[in-house]
Design a protein around this ligand. Structure first.
Ligand SMILES: [Mn+2]
Length: 321
């Protein structure tokens, strides 16, 4: 399938690369790196990497405006996004050819070529493989971006025991020595007010009977710590390995968009089935949902508690055997 994608890239002179709304390092690094690789290989092509960025990720590069595109002769590559409504790009249907490269569980088909590899760590890994399996060129800057996105999505390889991924990393390190401390500094540097918000969460998180850690962050609290909904929600990644907590969730009020965003993580129980019930989805152990009222959020916490209860019961049963 990589060859097929390469052929399509070769064929179209105008290529727009997009990814999901609510940008994160994997989404943004994969689109910018792929753009760079296509331009390095085919300098005459018109390649745009689009979507709303974030000041936080400016070190990855700048995004393009979607302008002067003759859709009837343009190809769209969607990275890191399973469903059409979450693609951060207007007029998707106007493109004459569409390719999807994603590592999320399948949601819907909306492209001509759909590469869905759920066992892959990140969209950046898919782009890396595309570079190594086709004639697309690469350089230090492309590889650095892809490495940053990959490290971010795997949370520094926390959940990956995949030998294929480590072989790929070994291969790139032989070719491109990476200065990890400086790359990690770009990715993980954060302002003090965010750390203070994290302290607030640590102090105020509640825990249910069966080990669901949860906290409601009202927009007042979020703004008191000069944070935004996105960065508050992302803190969900910092609460692994707490003895009393199996599943944990940040419930953040987004007043501007009149929704409540919910980020959920787990170190055992499968949670995406619960997230799907509440207008969300995602991976087995890392999901998101959105609701409109705090009552709904409470119901979600209750459902998560049930999933944990079931999980604990099965674990105990398993040990007896
Ligand atoms: Mn991703």
């Amino acid at each position: 399938m990589f060859k097929k994608i390469y052929k399509a890239i070769k064929k179209y002179d105008t290529i727009v690369i997009a990814r999901h709304i609510g940008v994160d390092p994997d989404a943004m690094a994969s689109e910018l790196a792929l753009k760079e690789a296509i331009l390095l290989t085919f300098p005459k092509k018109n390649v745009l990497a689009v979507g709303t960025g974030g000041a936080k990720f400016a070190y990855l590069g700048t995004l393009d405006k979607l302008e002067n595109v003759d859709y009837s002769n343009a190809m769209l590559i969607v990275l890191d996004t399973p469903d059409q409504r979450r693609v951060d790009c207007p007029e998707i249907d106007s493109f004459s050819y569409k390719v999807k490269m994603d590592h999320h569980p399948f949601v819907e088909k909306f492209c001509d070529i759909e590469m869905i590899e759920e066992e892959k760590s990140s969209a950046c890994q898919l782009v890396l493989e595309l570079l190594y399996k086709t004639k697309l060129k690469r350089n230090q800057s492309i590889i650095e971006k892809l490495f940053i996105g990959l490290v971010s999505d795997t949370n520094r390889f926390l959940f990956n025991s995949n030998s294929e991924l480590f072989s790929l990393i070994a291969k790139i390190l032989k070719e491109y020595p990476l200065d990890l401390p400086s790359l990690y500094q770009k990715l993980y540097m954060r302002p003090l007010h965010e750390v203070r918000l994290q302290g607030y969460i640590e102090q105020n998180m509640k825990v249910t009977e069966n080990g669901v850690g949860y906290i409601s962050l009202t927009s007042d609290v979020i703004s008191k710590f000069s944070a935004d909904v996105g960065s508050a929600g992302n803190m969900v990644n910092n609460f692994n390995y707490i003895d009393e907590i199996l599943v944990w969730t940040m419930i953040s009020e987004d007043k501007k968009n009149e929704i409540i965003k919910i980020n959920i993580r787990s170190r055992g129980p499968v949670i995406n089935t619960v997230a799907e019930k509440y207008h969300g989805g995602g991976h087995k152990f890392a999901s998101g949902a959105r609701v409109t009222t705090m009552e709904e959020a409470e119901l979600l916490v209750h459902d998560l508690d049930r999933v944990c209860q079931e999980y604990i019961k099965n674990m105990e049963g398993g040990e007896e055997k």
